[in-house]
Design a protein around this ligand. Sequence first.
Ligand code: ZN
Length: 148
Amino acid sequence: MLGKECFLCKKKLNIFSKYSKIDISQSNKEVPIGMTDEDDICRKCFGSSRETRKRFVSSGEIRKPVSLKWQSIFIFIPILALYAWLRIEKFWLGLGLHFLMYIPSIVIGIVIPFPWSVVVSIGVTSYASIYFVRKWSRQWNESISENS
Ligand SMILES: [Zn+2]
């Protein structure tokens, strides 16, 4: 079986570090959906988390890097902001961040008089959004280049 690819990440398999369906079930891991007895997965996918493998199976494609510029734009557009978090797999963390930012906004509202409080809190939350979306998007892109 020369030139066989990993069932999940489609990378060329190393004959000495490939894992079959039996290997997976014997180590009490979840067998990827659609995997047959002829399929094998690489060491990286074998060791990867359930979530990582599920993603490969559901998307059927390799993870793509994101543009930091577009991520920074998306973060200011209501629905697209969620998309920006989703594509770097930080959906819940991103959503949590949006909720968490109410706290500084409330504090600013108490400390600074209206309307300056609005200006300052928009500034603070915008800065935080940009900071985190860029930081996590960069990490996302780095994690992809490490894998390939
Ligand atoms: Zn693999």
